[in-house]
Ligand binder design. Structure first.
Ligand code: RP5
Length: 165
């Protein structure tokens, strides 16, 4: 697929450390491939909590519509985003510690009611699906994004040979 006109960033991709970047860039790649520009930053819920909160608080004002937050270990970054922004937050647990992402999964997924984080799978699969889910959110109000999703092979739900969905 050729390069798409991207314009202003609509999705914020935030990660807890530079060491998370190779995985989180997979989300960015999918979004930009669909013509959606991203703002990609490193902010830590533990090491730079004030900067992380400020980035989330000002995200909507900068034109962002969805936040994707990836972190490993005791991963509170996605929750910190949801605590400081009313934008939809998609959390990606990363396998950075000896617990291989199970720690980050539990820390990201089990948010208290009213502070939601839509948690994806661990690592690369989660980062990529966070991008696909962000596209589906944008597509609700953007026919151009909806059309790009539909034009992709495998985008349409397939009927199972056994008659299920
Ligand atoms: C988390 O700790 C980060 O999101 C990263 O996954 C992990 C390790 O960070 P570094 O020690 O590599 O900076 O906060």
């Amino acid at each position: 697929m050729g390069a798409k006109k991207q314009g202003r960033p609509r999705v914020g991709v935030v990660m807890g450390s530079e060491s998370d970047r190779p995985i989180m860039e997979e989300a960015e790649r999918i979004l930009t491939d669909h013509g959606v520009a991203c703002e990609v930053v490193v902010r830590s819920a533990h090491r730079t909590p004030a900067e992380a909160a400020e980035w989330a608080r000002t995200a909507r004002g900068r034109g962002l519509e969805v936040i994707i937050a990836g972190a490993g270990g005791a991963a509170h970054l996605a929750g910190a985003m949801a605590a400081n922004s009313r934008l939809p937050v998609l959390g990606v647990p990363l396998a950075s510690s000896p617990l291989l992402g199970f720690d980050a999964l539990l820390a990201t997924v089990q948010m208290p009611p009213g502070v939601p984080v839509g948690t994806l799978g661990v690592g690369s699969w989660g980062a990529r699906n966070a991008a696909h889910l962000a596209l589906r959110i944008l597509a609700l109000s953007d026919p151009a994004v909806a059309a790009r999703i539909e034009s992709r092979p495998g985008a349409k739900p397939q009927r199972s040979s056994r008659g299920g969905a």
